[in-house]
Design a protein around this ligand. Structure first.
Ligand code: B1M
Length: 216
């Protein structure tokens, strides 16, 4: 997408009228632009400008909340397109944003993509404690657990969630981590089984991880 096009998504994220985002996303779908491009370049590109403005104190939490609302609506419109090739259940996945963190747009994207890829997903929501992850693991017996964190303060919590899971279960499910401040090096440090930069890569990685497990 051209710079001005990303800017138009940024403007729609700042607009108090939800219809502005709805119209824009539909217009791009109507032009035949791939939903993945609309998501990754338009919506996520626009949201990263919001992040820079927030960091520079040019906008405040209410504007960021407005952007989050508009972004979620944009994703909702894209959802049927992104889930077009839904396939049969491949495995169970439990996901949540870790304790102390209420960011959920990225987690919701991972949930959506994993559902679309054929996994049975339990979404625990945000601010999820170690105990709640454990309860869900005992109840659902997932093949995989996903941890999301958007803050440099809450990403540390991931280490303790993994430690808790490893201590409680002799055969723990694989744990995959992600979120803006998370890196492969951090994932290795906290003994996660995997890291993915975005929702599409998360699905690709998990597919590879589980098919490797089957072959063992
Ligand atoms: Co927050 N916030 N925020 N915020 N916010 C950030 C994260 C920040 C970087 C902004 C900034 O300063 N530039 C900054 C963190 C700084 C830091 O820790 N280094 C920040 C801050 C400081 C805060 C507060 C502390 C502000 C305050 O109150 N003073 C506060 C914290 C609240 C809390 O959690 N306890 C706060 C609050 C909020 C809102 C509630 C207003 C709102 C969230 C609304 C919501 O989620 N429903 C919000 C938002 C929207 C943002 C920014 C602007 C956008 C986040 C977003 O949704 N991005 C963000 C700046 C930024 O990231 N550029 C910011 C779009 C989304 C698709 O990307 O979530 O990264 P993301 O997900 C990506 C990948 O990371 C990955 O896949 C997705 C792409 O496909 N991914 C995974 C995510 N989870 C994954 C899991 C996986 C795999 C991949 O496997 C399991």
């Amino acid at each position: 997408m051209e710079k001005e096009e990303i800017e138009s998504f940024h403007r729609a994220l700042r607009d108090t009228h939800l219809a502005t985002m709805e119209t824009l996303v539909k217009e791009y779908l109507g032009k035949g632009v791939s939903p993945i491009i609309i998501l990754n370049e338009g919506l996520i590109g626009g949201m990263s400008i919001i992040g820079q403005e927030f960091k520079a104190s040019q906008i405040w939490v209410p504007e960021v909340l407005l952007a989050a609302r508009n972004m979620s609506r944009g994703i909702e419109i894209l959802k049927p397109e992104l889930l077009e090739n839904k396939v049969q259940a491949k495995g169970k996945f439990v996901i949540g944003t870790v304790k102390g963190d209420i960011h959920d747009i990225g987690k919701n994207l991972v949930t959506m993509m994993m559902t679309g890829a054929g996994y049975e997903v339990t979404d625990l929501g945000v601010d999820v404690s170690r105990e709640r992850y454990l309860d869900a693991i005992f109840k659902d017996r997932p093949d995989l657990v996903g941890l999301s964190a958007l803050l440099t303060t809450t990403m540390r919590e991931m280490k303790d969630v993994i430690k808790t899971i490893h201590q409680a279960l002799p055969n723990p499910p694989k744990v995959i981590v992600g979120g803006a401040p998370v890196t492969q090096a951090f994932a290795d440090e906290i003994r996660a089984d995997g890291y993915a930069e975005d929702a599409v890569r998360a699905v690709e990685f998990i597919n590879r991880l589980l098919s490797k497990g089957e072959g063992e």
